[in-house]
Ligand binder design. Structure first.
Ligand SMILES: Nc1ncnc2c1ncn2[C@@H]1O[C@H](COP(=O)(O)OP(=O)(O)O)[C@@H](O)[C@H]1O
Ligand SMILES: [Mg+2]
Length: 327
């Protein structure tokens, strides 16, 4: 189990969409964390499990209020809200100015997210939407705690050049200058291209060559479909069969590939950590409230974020008293 951080160099290539799509099809229990210092989007895009809007005050903001004296990983669950469909989310901050006063929150979150993966009671992977990482964003403080940092990129030449340079910069920062180390060390830096998956084989090879040539230590881990209709459905702006969309199908492939390649290593490192640092759970001691996790479907990943049939996701409706506080 692991922390997987998603980010982009510049622009708005679809980090939030990718984070939601991957979390929705993740084969184990997963917590989707909106750690973009520019502010979260889910409050505006998604419906809570109770049918109303998400509460913007429960999530990073409530953690910030209570975590000044540290954060026990399992406490994270106290700040989680389930979306319609069951996906468990930590709602992000409001406007960017909020994050400016809370820069020390990110290292605390990084440690807790990584340790949540190894929790004997309610373990989960964490998929963190870090937004843009150009400049000196505090979100980079999560990266040293991650198993995988995924950089999202569109495929215009300038976007590819930027993701190459960003990957090189991150590898140097995370792994030091030593050549070759970046390809093996944790966190791995991966690139996810947003493109038409059907015709992307050649492009993936070209980008991989470019990443190797620039000694970034990064490689392309998959292609997420450039699927505006799927992205609109995922954001509740459009109705349709989300589970059949190119976006969700491509996310399922990436999730399966990542778990096939790294799942065993993540589980081993989690066990090793538990053995060293944590007590094994006693039978019957698991807290009930954390038991409605997504089931593991061996080889068959069901999106946990499915609009009910005939009932499209409602677009976000501002409602007095529910949202708007701090935004
Ligand atoms: N895979 C995708 N295919 C097509 N459009 C997408 C995709 N991902 C995102 N979009 C669209 O791009 C815009 C930005 O998406 P978002 O996920 O908010 O990006 P970011 O988090 O990088 O700012 C939205 O209009 C969204 O619908
Ligand atoms: Mg975003």
């Amino acid at each position: 189990m692991a922390l997987i951080a998603l980010a982009a160099d510049k622009g708005s290539p679809g980090v939030t969409t990718a984070a939601v799509a991957l979390a929705a099809v993740w084969p184990r229990r997963v917590l989707l964390a909106e750690t973009d210092p520019a502010g979260g989007d889910l409050v505006y895009r998604s419906t809570a499990a109770h049918g109303g809007p998400l509460n913007p005050n429960t999530g990073l903001l409530s953690i910030a209020a209570t975590a000044r004296r540290g954060l026990v990983p399992d406490q994270l669950w106290d700040h989680v809200q389930p979306l319609s469909g069951g996906l468990e989310v930590l709602v992000g901050l409001g406007v960017a100015e909020q994050a400016a006063g809370l820069v020390s929150l990110w290292p605390t979150l990084g440690r807790s997210f990584a340790a949540l993966a190894d929790s004997p009671q309610a373990p989960a992977d964490v998929i963190a939407d870090c937004g843009r990482v150009s400049g000196d964003t505090p979100a980079v403080e999560l990266f040293p705690h991650a198993a995988l940092v995924l950089l999202l990129s569109r495929t215009e030449p300038e976007a590819l050049a930027r993701v190459r340079d960003r990957a090189a910069h991150l590898s140097a920062r995370l792994h030091g200058g030593s050549r070759g180390a970046a390809a093996l060390a944790t966190p791995l830096v991966g690139v996810v291209l947003i493109a038409d998956p059907a015709g992307s084989g050649k492009l993936v090879n070209q980008v991989n060559d470019m990443l190797v040539h620039a000694q970034t230590g990064a490689r392309v881990v998959g292609t997420l479909a450039d699927d505006p209709a799927g992205a609109d459905m995922l954001a509740g702006r459009k109705r349709g069969r989300l589970d059949k969309s190119l976006l969700v199908r491509s996310a399922r492939k990436i999730a399966a590939d990542l778990n096939q390649q790294y799942g065993a290593a993540w589980a081993v490192s989690a066990q090793a950590q538990q053995g060293h640092h944590m007590q094994q759970p006693q039978q019957g001691q698991q807290p009930q409230q954390h038991q409605q996790a997504q089931q593991t479907h061996q080889g068959q990943y069901q999106p946990s974020y499915q609009p009910q049939q005939g009932q499209p996701q409602q677009p976000y409706q501002p409602q007095q008293g529910h949202t708007g506080a701090g935004r």
